[in-house]
Write a protein that binds this ligand. Sequence first.
Ligand code: HEC
Length: 133
Amino acid sequence: MMAKGNAQTATQPQSFDLVAGERLYQEYCASCHGADLEGQPDWRSAGADGILPAPPHDETGHTWHHSDSVLFDYTKRGGKEALASQGVDFASGMPGFGDQLTDAEIWNILGFIKSTWPDRQREIQAARSGPSQ
Ligand code: HEC
């Protein structure tokens, strides 16, 4: 049984291992989100199967619009599961990584992704995450 709704696991640690985060990103995320975090071509349009391509994780995407807890939850449980708990039924192409990555590894990847953003996006995202999330 996964630790659903366990607030502690969604708390961002004080520091990240960015080197590990980048290596894990390349291993687990780059195949869809791009080696340079550029996402898949035409990522705003769903394919014939109705499933959206992977968006970029750089500042041209919308990753920085989401709080830490949303990003963590999405990565750990996958898009379908994460949205289902908000009452949204969505055929997401984003798999969950909770079986393959530890919480610390997920935070390292998210830390690496954030480290690539310009100051403005980082500040907005940090403000959105709030001190208590
Ligand atoms: C098999 C392809 C695939 C892999 C591998 C993958 N993703 Fe995704 N991801 C997607 C797709 C497709 C979406 C867009 C659909 C959606 O939002 O549910 C997405 C959306 C997301 C989102 C929400 C949208 C956003 O911009 O915030 C996050 C966060 C995310 N992925 C993180 C990751 C991380 C971190 C990894 C590596 C651990 C990863 N993904 C690996 C396909 C993938």
